[in-house]
Design a binder for this molecule. Structure first.
Ligand SMILES: [Zn+2]
Length: 471
């Protein structure tokens, strides 16, 4: 049974465990010897794999490893505040993390031990659950080491945290889209100024924000509920906030409830309402979190899903599905039609501008990966902060102020940026391929993705598969 067959078998519930012996590349003897002789563990990848761990290492069950991982993540959160994005497990575990306040050195040792144990328990990539837990622990260990001052290159960091590496880009590949946008919005001044001015002409007046967001989220929810049965008590609260490095955020509260915050530091352009409604709410983060709580935590009892560590391989699915979810809920020109016919009038905006906005957004999407390039060059120290801001103005077509906010985001969240664009592409590839195999139901394929813990490399593999037949 190949890896995808195993994955799909697990998804279908016809045996989550498959035989060992797949995927893991064989290690040359010399490398193995070098690794064995290296007594000090350097990075997550230096932790021995199955076959050469010390014989006395006992294998622990996934349940106990899952519990240990949750406690580890909560303790990491005491040092790295953004680490724990959501937690809805036992309150005494969170209290214990606070009172114990274990040091980073202690947590590093703990994480290394857990990684050895999971690699033994999940030898050969035995289960979908074990695979993700291993990558979760690897990411936690990496983040602990970063908090201790260890430096990783951008690519190494994203590989260890998210199981994903952004492609290399030639900036010239973005020039065609820039030229088309230039033709779409001719006039005086720089292209980013013209784009910014056009977009700002479609800002939602402050006193209309609530009504516009209520309408947008209601439509996103309606379209999602047409395909999914969400827990009856699912619910969210919407808040408008200021002075944040992000434009919107979903703080999942547990018990199928979310707090969705929208940052009003900058004018909210009309297209953000549906974007955020889908991304943060339906079928994005709120839906994903509710599915995970219901299907993985409640039904399967996989305790590690009581915590969502932000700097982890789960974020590829989180951000990728949230962004792809916009097109899933509003395929083709349905989004602009809804905005033009419902939201523009609610906000008192000129609906004649809708078609230009749609064309502009199609072209801007082709520039989305430029953010990875800028973040990589900046965080690897090849360009200054000022250059990163200037490049953001040019390639992301933002005002200086928005570009500064964007670089502040990179300062805070670093390689996380690739989850939005690369993650989105991965999710699209998965959904398109799995829908081809299931008779065209993209919502069903999307639900499979939301309820199956697959890391980026596994999602990519499933996107190019022949459908899970045995080799
Ligand atoms: Zn998000």
């Amino acid at each position: 049974m190949n890896r995808l067959a195993a994955t799909l078998a697990a998804i279908l519930g016809v045996g989550a465990m498959v035989g060992a012996c797949n995927g893991e590349p064989n290690e040359a003897g010399a490398d193995k010897a070098a690794r064995l002789s290296n007594t000090s563990v350097e990075t997550a990848d230096d932790i021995p794999r199955d076959g050469y761990v010390a014989a006395q290492e006992s294998s622990a069950s996934l349940n106990s490893l899952g519990e240990a991982f949750v406690k580890l993540a909560l303790s990491v959160g005491e040092h790295v505040p953004a680490f724990v994005d959501a937690y809805h497990g036992p309150a005494e575990w969170a209290d214990a993390a606070k009172t114990e306040k274990r040091t980073l050195e202690e947590l590093e040792v703990e994480a290394q031990g857990l990684l050895i144990s999971i690699r033994r328990t999940n030898a050969g990539g035995a289960s979908v659950r074990g695979d993700m837990l291993e990558k979760q622990i690897r990411a936690a260990l990496t983040r602990i080491q970063m908090a201790q001052g260890k430096r990783f290159s951008f690519d190494e960091e994203t590989r260890l945290l998210y199981d994903a590496v952004a492609p290399q880009y030639d900036l010239a590949e973005f020039d065609a889209a820039l030229a088309e946008i230039d033709a779409l919005l001719p006039g005086e001044g720089s292209l980013s100024d013209r784009v910014d001015a056009f977009r700002n002409s479609l800002a939602v007046p402050e006193d209309k924000l609530q009504a516009v967001f209520d309408a947008a989220i209601a439509e996103c929810r309606k379209r999602t509920l047409a395909h999914y049965e969400l827990p009856e008590t699912e619910n969210f609260r919407l808040e408008f906030v200021t002075d944040k490095p992000w434009s919107g955020y979903n703080w999942y509260q547990g018990d199928y409830e979310s707090l969705i915050q929208v940052n009003t530091d900058f004018p909210i352009i009309i297209d953000r309402a549906v974007d955020l409604g889908c991304h943060e709410g339906y079928p994005g983060h709120h839906t994903w979190n509710a599915f995970i709580e219901r299907d993985l935590l409640e039904d399967k009892g996989w305790i590690e899903y009581s915590v969502y560590p932000l700097f982890s391989p789960m974020s590829v699915t989180a951000e990728g599905s949230a962004n792809y979810g916009i097109e899933l809920a509003f395929p083709g020109n349905e989004k602009i039609a809804f905005e033009r016919d419902v939201l523009f009038p609610l906000a008192g905006l000129d609906p004649d501008k809708a078609s230009t906005l749609e064309r502009l957004n199609d072209l801007r999407r082709k520039l989305s990966h430029s953010r990875n390039h800028i973040a990589r060059e900046y965080l690897d120290g090849r360009i200054s902060r000022e250059t990163a801001i200037e490049m953001s103005v040019k390639y992301r077509l933002e005002s200086r102020e928005r570009a500064e906010q964007g670089v502040r985001f990179i300062d805070t969240y670093r390689g996380y940026v690739l989850n939005y664009n690369l993650g989105r592409d991965l999710v699209e590839g998965f959904v398109e391929r799995q829908a081809e195999l299931n008779g065209g139901d993209r919502w069903a394929a999307f639900e499979t993705l939301l309820t199956t813990p697959l890391s980026a490399s596994e999602i990519a593999q499933a996107s190019t598969s022949s459908g899970g037949a045995d080799e």
